[in-house]
Design a protein around this ligand. Structure first.
Ligand SMILES: NC(=O)c1ccc[n+]([C@@H]2O[C@H](COP(=O)([O-])OP(=O)(O)OC[C@H]3O[C@@H](n4cnc5c(N)ncnc54)[C@H](OP(=O)(O)O)[C@@H]3O)[C@@H](O)[C@H]2O)c1
Length: 209
């Protein structure tokens, strides 16, 4: 799920953190996190933002607690280099942190390491450890690596009333993708000119939450 400008950018031309979404998008983000067991985040997004989004709404936290779930989904940071600065605010946030990266032991600040391997295997490994519902928080390179392998079931975009221009499309230019068809599953005005669109990949088994 991503917040994008009307021209499909997720960051300004100069790069860095765009902070595109408003209050409605923040609510949609928290709802998605409340559904999730784990949240995948690209290392570069974390480096640029310094922290990740937390569920703060009391009613969402109460629902998770009632269901015997942790307050927050596990933060799953994806990195080939394995280098994430341990002084980032992220490491003081109240959540469990797993690194999907290289090495033999968790890097400083992480609770667990899952060694990188093909996505299909990693997703199975995560499911076996109880993380079946995953939300993909971006950025573009992480999203494209899963989309390229046809492993994303839903695409949720919040269109924000801005034009940013520049090169930072929500998928990097030149990425080859499977020719899946997507069905519109939801469209919702989030206020402040924002529009949420949720598409589901055609052919998914019925009953997918
Ligand atoms: N608007 C939104 O909703 C939204 C959401 C998220 C991010 N963003 C924006 O997106 C931009 C960052 O996106 P990005 O595409 O540059 O970076 P990214 O996808 O967040 O992170 C890229 C890094 O993630 C790791 N990575 C990605 N795919 C991997 C894979 N398949 N296997 C192993 N590691 C992998 C690598 O880490 P290493 O470098 O450690 O090897 C790679 O350099 C920022 O401007 C951010 O603000 C916007």
């Amino acid at each position: 799920m991503l917040a994008v400008s009307l021209d499909g950018r997720l960051a300004p031309p100069e790069g860095g953190a765009a902070q595109l979404g408003g209050a409605g998008d923040r609510m949609a983000l928290e709802q998605a996190l409340a559904w999730a067991d784990g949240a995948l985040i690209g290392a570069q997004t974390l480096r640029l933002h310094g922290s990740t989004c937390l569920i703060r709404r009391p009613e969402l936290l109460a629902e998770r607690r009632q269901a015997g779930r942790s307050d927050q989904p596990v933060a799953l940071v994806v990195s080939r280099s394995g280098t994430v600065e341990p002084s980032l605010a992220f490491f003081a946030q109240p959540l469990e942190r797993w690194l999907l990266g290289p090495g033999t032991a968790p890097a400083e600040g992480f609770d667990r390491l899952l060694v990188l391997r093909p996505w299909q295997e990693l997703l199975e490994q995560l499911a076996n450890q109880g993380l079946k519902r995953l939300v993909l928080l971006g950025g573009a390179r992480l999203a494209s690596s899963l989309l390229q392998e046809g492993l994303v079931d839903e695409v949720q975009l919040t269109f924000c009333p801005q034009l940013l221009g520049g090169a930072h499309s929500w998928l990097p230019p030149g990425v080859a993708l499977p020719r899946d068809s997507w069905e519109l599953h939801e469209h919702r005005s989030l206020g402040e000119g924002e529009l949420l669109l949720r598409y589901r990949r055609q052919g998914l088994p019925a009953g997918l939450a």
